[in-house]
Design a protein around this ligand. Structure first.
Ligand SMILES: C[S@@+](CC[C@H](N)C(=O)[O-])C[C@H]1O[C@@H](n2cnc3c(N)ncnc32)[C@H](O)[C@@H]1O
Length: 211
């Protein structure tokens, strides 16, 4: 949604990742070996995830939608000394390679990578999380919402990807995927316990905290 030249400028003038070489390797791997490589968070969004995590120094992070591990490494880089991140993906295809990327990042001791349906796993997780990143099956965003709210404490941050769905949420005619995301955005907005802002970065990211 942001012009390429502007995004490039923002990336170049944002802080450099300590994991830049590894993240470049993950991007290359994703482009060559994975279907739908465009699902990766990429540099700009990765910078934002890493920035927010470092700012909040979370003890516990929950990521839904590991994919090739890019966003997970960005988020986990901000964990507190004794912090842990649970990351879940339904697809086991990249399991070994993603574990190798986590090992290379030096963060694997802090990362619990689980394969399974997040809708079934989330209710089994104990306690609450300081940061939750929702980046999985868009049609189920509305079904994730009550599960995730129950895993948030006062001040928890919920970050959700693809909330503008290539701008289609703002158009009059909406297909079923767009309607599902629009409904999720509206539920966040009217929820009495949540404060939310939509940031038009990449495909739209919403930042939401529990009051
Ligand atoms: C957009 S990709 C995630 C991208 C990743 N967060 C990143 O930035 O690199 C979405 C991922 O969600 C996973 N997914 C879809 N439905 C899921 C479910 N019900 N439970 C867990 N993971 C799911 C897919 O397998 C896919 O890897």
């Amino acid at each position: 949604m942001i012009a390429e030249i502007i995004e490039k400028y923002c990336i170049e003038n944002g802080s450099n990742f300590e994991h830049a070489t590894l993240l470049d390797e993950i991007e290359r791997y994703t482009n060559v070996k994975v279907q739908m490589p465009q699902m990766i968070s990429g540099k700009y969004q990765g910078q934002m995830l890493s920035f927010l995590s470092k700012l909040l120094r979370p003890k516990r992070i929950l990521e839904i939608g590991t994919f090739t591990g890019y966003s997970g490494i960005c988020l986990a880089s901000g964990l507190s000394e004794d912090g842990k991140m649970i990351t879940i993906d339904i697809n086991e295809e990249h399991y070994d390679d993603v574990n190798t990327f986590f090992e290379k990042s030096g963060l694997s001791d802090k990362i619990d990578y689980q394969i399974g349906n997040a809708l079934e796993i989330i209710p089994t997780l104990a306690g609450t999380f300081d940061i939750i990143f929702l980046d999985a099956d868009k049609k189920n965003y509305v079904n994730y919402l009550p599960l995730l709210i129950s895993k948030m404490h006062k001040g928890s941050l919920l970050i959700t990807d693809n909330v503008l769905w290539k701008g289609k949420v703002a158009q009059e005619q909406k297909d079923s995927d767009t309607l599902a995301i629009d409904q999720f955005n509206k539920q966040l907005n009217k929820h009495p316990q949540l404060d939310v802002i939509i940031v038009p970065i990449r495909d739209g990211v919403s930042l939401c905290y529990k009051k």
